[in-house]
Write a protein that binds this ligand. Structure first.
Ligand SMILES: NC(=O)c1ccc[n+]([C@@H]2O[C@H](COP(=O)([O-])OP(=O)(O)OC[C@H]3O[C@@H](n4cnc5c(N)ncnc54)[C@H](O)[C@@H]3O)[C@@H](O)[C@H]2O)c1
Length: 316
């Protein structure tokens, strides 16, 4: 199968590209190495992917409509896995318009390109943040009703709508996957677990905002497995949660980290605007429609992530 991965030089994208090459799929990547975090780090991700096989790489900005449509038509993939985005809730409050560009307009360009190229299926990386401040838990797919609480989440929700539009216009299968807080080796440096581990390794204190809340932390290999199942097993269009189905409180996270960093120092600050208090994925649909089952428990995931940081963080 010919697969185009947008954002393939990113955290999840690079893990997914490795999995696709291991499956002997034909892989192309579009990524502009956006400086939201170090482009050098993204180049390293590309080097890691190369160890699993050859792929075509296009360094291009999906905001460039003509170029994006042109590249997708030239590749003419069977499937587009659209992971490119500007991530991060906190930054989206500072720069909301950039999220309309990178997370909405760029998505529309990809969808138009996919439609014109006659692509059969598009997988879109959405987010648990679209559920907003939900009291009912766990989150079922139908509970997202357009009441997000950050520009990032609003952009993802808007992009989901555009997926629906373009699925309708071009008759493409539209598979919207809502990922729940992803962690693991090469984890995004702006996210709590990666940020904490890096600071703790350097003997710096870490900052916990508000009461810390709880998150449905999901190990990256489970996310990548969910994408692969959606690609190969799912027929038709759907919106599906991909998570661990097991919320972890900040206390539990700190307890796990303390096993590796017994002297850790913590600074507490007030609530951060835009952060939801808790997330918890209902996985009934993922189980039923994909046969998805998360495999990596939280302690094991932290162990693997710390081991990775021991090996790599000092050279990054
Ligand atoms: N990591 C998580 O916990 C999480 C949770 C929910 C959803 N998601 C979504 O999953 C996707 C991947 O997330 P990630 O954590 O790997 O982020 P990431 O920042 O590591 O990867 C995104 C990649 O997209 C690229 N990109 C951004 N804008 C682009 C553009 N205009 N043109 C070309 N390339 C562009 C970036 O350079 C980057 O390499 C994103 O859509 C994100 O919103 C992530």
């Amino acid at each position: 199968m010919k697969i185009l991965i947008t954002g393939g030089a990113g955290f999840i994208g690079s893990h997914f590209a490795v999995k696709m090459l291991e499956e002997q799929q034909e892989v192309s990547i579009i990524d502009n190495l956006h400086p939201y975090y170090s482009p050098e780090r993204k180049k390293q991700h590309l080097e890691v992917i190369k160890q699993s096989g050859n792929f075509d790489f296009y360094q291009a900005d999906l905001l460039n409509r003509e170029e994006t449509i042109g590249i997708i038509k030239r590749i003419s993939p069977d499937a587009v896995v659209h992971l490119a985005a500007l991530p991060g809730v906190a930054y989206s409050i500072l720069r909301p318009l950039e999220y309309i560009d990178y997370d909405v307009k760029a998505t529309v360009n990809v969808l138009e390109g996919a439609g014109q190229a006659g692509v059969k299926q598009v997988i879109f990386a959405s987010s648990s943040s679209v559920y907003g401040s939900m009291r009912n838990i766990p989150f079922k797919e139908e509970m997202a009703t357009g009441k997000p609480i950050s520009p990032y989440a609003a952009s993802k929700y808007a992009a989901e709508s555009f997926c629906h539009v373009y699925g309708h216009l071009y008759g493409m299968e539209m598979k919207i996957l809502r990922f729940f807080t992803v962690f693991g080796p090469w984890g995004r440096p702006d996210m709590a677990i990666a940020n904490f581990i890096k600071k703790l390794k350097n003997g710096e204190e870490i900052t916990v905002f508000g009461q810390g809340g709880s998150r449905d932390y999901t190990y990256v290999s489970d996310i990548v497995n969910g994408i692969s199942l959606a690609l190969h097993k799912l027929q038709g269009s759907s919106i599906i949660n991909i998570g661990s189905g097991r919320p972890i409180s900040m206390e539990q996270l700190l307890y796990e980290l303390k096993r590796y960093f017994p002297d850790m120092k913590i600074r507490h600050e007030g609530d951060r605007a835009g952060d939801v208090e808790r997330t918890w994925a209902d996985l009934s649909l993922a189980r039923e429609m994909l046969g998805y089952e998360p495999k990596v428990d939280f302690s094991k995931g932290i162990e693997e992530t710390v081991a990775w940081a021991d090996q790599y963080e000092k050279i990054l």
